[in-house]
Write a protein that binds this ligand. Structure first.
Ligand SMILES: NC(=O)C1=CN([C@@H]2O[C@H](COP(=O)(O)OP(=O)(O)OC[C@H]3O[C@@H](n4cnc5c(N)ncnc54)[C@H](OP(=O)(O)O)[C@@H]3O)[C@@H](O)[C@H]2O)C=CC1
Ligand SMILES: O=C(O)[C@@H]1CCC=N1
Length: 269
């Protein structure tokens, strides 16, 4: 299977590394293009994939073409590669935040097969979340192929397009909220006497373990939270501080802000 990437930035790197780890594709079957030559050199050096001289070279030679550039240049890219004969052969998979399948289809020749995905950076370690939605002309086998590929990098779900901006505000941007949380917990540990390395290790493993417990126990987080909080103990005293700081409302606001920004990014300029 031949897979092309237009844009060889952070998310392309994460997806390619995940795909390669799973052995679904070989390095020689992935090609990336990017205006930034140093990014191309880096990804080629690190992952052994092929690189192309131009974006146009990616289309026509690959069964699946990932659009992995910033949302504000999607229009320029699609205008640049718009050649009917080569486009008919490819499935276009866009990971650009906010950009709808309808918008992508409107910039490609009629009947172009388009799937929109919202991945996240933990795909790099095969623990990502990818949610996808199909465009008008993407068929069942396109959805199966994308599911098979994305399964290699973590959890995959298909959802209606109306939810894609919300997914972006939650799982797309979510790793950033988690990293800040891990860092802040570690800062607390350092303040109370742990060294930085110890504190980061404990903090990251604690978040990973808590997430695993939610996923594997099937219990509501409220129940699991209650299991931690002994009457009059340390956890309930600490949680009181989080409630005073409006921790829950702040996280809800973050997801809402990410969602609204995703909608804005998708608006034609
Ligand atoms: N990072 C993330 O966590 C996630 C990102 N996304 C989406 O993925 C897409 C890519 O994001 P990300 O990987 O973070 O961004 P990056 O900036 O890391 O990668 C985009 C790459 O595209 C290059 N580029 C710019 N113009 C062109 C062009 N005309 N032709 C080819 N390449 C070009 C950029 O070069 P240069 O650096 O020189 O500008 C850069 O190397 C975005 O649409 C984003 O919304 C989705 C989910 C998560
Ligand atoms: O911040 C962004 O716009 C991208 C989309 C989701 C995560 N990163």
């Amino acid at each position: 299977m031949k897979v092309g990437f237009i844009g060889a930035g952070r998310m392309t790197y994460a997806l390619c590394k995940g795909f390669l780890k799973s052995s679904l594709v070989k390095p020689s079957e992935i090609t990336a293009s990017d205006l930034n030559r140093s990014k191309l050199r880096e990804i080629k050096r690190d992952l052994g994939i092929k690189t192309a001289e131009s974006n146009v070279d990616i289309v026509g030679k690959n069964k699946v073409v990932f659009l992995a550039v910033k949302p504000n240049i999607i229009k320029d890219i699609l205008t640049e590669i718009n050649d009917k004969s080569s486009i008919e052969k490819a499935l276009f998979v866009s990971i650009a935040a906010g950009v709808t399948t309808q918008r992508i289809e409107s910039l490609l020749p009629e009947k172009a097969r388009v799937i929109r995905v919202m991945p996240n950076t933990p795909c790099l370690v095969q623990s990502g979340v990818c949610v996808f939605t199909r465009g008008k002309h993407a068929n069942e086998s396109d959805a199966d192929l994308v599911t098979e590929m994305l399964n290699c990098v973590g959890l995959v779900e298909e959802m209606p397009e109306t939810l894609m901006d919300t997914v972006t505000g939650l799982s797309g941007s979510g790793p950033a909220y988690a990293f800040v949380t891990i860092e802040a917990l570690a800062d607390g540990g350092v303040k109370m006497g742990l060294n930085r390395e110890q504190a980061l290790r404990l903090s990251a493993q604690t978040l990973m373990g808590a997430a695993k417990l939610v996923l594997e126990s099937g219990k509501h987080p409220e129940v699991l939270k209650d299991d931690v909080c002994s009457p009059g103990g340390t956890s309930i005293h600490a949680l009181h501080q989080l409630e005073k700081g409006q921790y829950r409302a702040t996280l809800m606001n973050a997801v809402e802000a990410g969602t609204l920004r995703s909608k804005e990014l998708g608006e034609p300029i």
